[in-house]
Design a protein around this ligand. Sequence first.
Ligand code: KIV
Ligand code: NA
Length: 263
Amino acid sequence: MKTVTLSTLKAHKRAGETFSCLTAYDASFARSASEAGIEVLLVGDSLGMVLQGHASTLPVTLDDICYHTRCVARGKDQSLLMVDLPFMSNSSQERLLQDAGALMRAGAELVKVEGEAWMADGIRELTRRGVPVCAHLGLTPQTVYQLGGYKVQGRDAERATQILEDARTLVAAGASVILLECVPASLGRAITEALDVPVIGIGAGPDTDGQILVMHDVLGVTHGRMPRFVKNFMAEADDIPGAFRRYHEDVKARRFPAEEHSF
Ligand code: KIV
Ligand code: NA
């Protein structure tokens, strides 16, 4: 695989080709995922749940994320490295810039931030300074206590329109990528078609430009409730690299996600 950059993702979108993304938290799994061809690795604040055992992503600190980013950056091959800004990094413009700077110095190539249209100013300031941004919309886990749980977003027309408008606003402000979590497949398709930038989905149906899953779910190490949109690729593989390859191939061939994984 050639080194994956934002231009690669845009070219995939123009060509109508999907791309695969997976969370990674350490050097060894990052290397295996890269070698399987997975285009984007995300050091997600999901690490608070799958590594640290918390009930949400809120307790994760900037230092936690920087540590895992350095680990993944050393291990990964040509995949693009996206990294989450933790809860409350967006509490002020100053803090947003400082925290994003720390992630970039740790090895991030794209930073992901949760937040709706009001994040536009922050995204403008980041991109102005050379920090590419992925804006995470739909189900935003850092606001789970406000949303009242991990629920599908945009089932009603009003909220669906709002998510689409927020996506347009954030792209206009400079966002290079949009990530949609847990929205109906019809909304995932509408937003993907409406925007020039690559759209990555998780539980957003089969028509987004890219797909992402949490590594532990791909490997069948899911404890508690198994969300509808995940698939255990280990069940059809002989080993972990094989499960990563299978996931990558199924995304590229648009075999995953199927209707049963969509809302
Ligand atoms: O933290 C994370 O793993 C994420 C993905 C689920 C998109 O934000
Ligand atoms: Na996250």
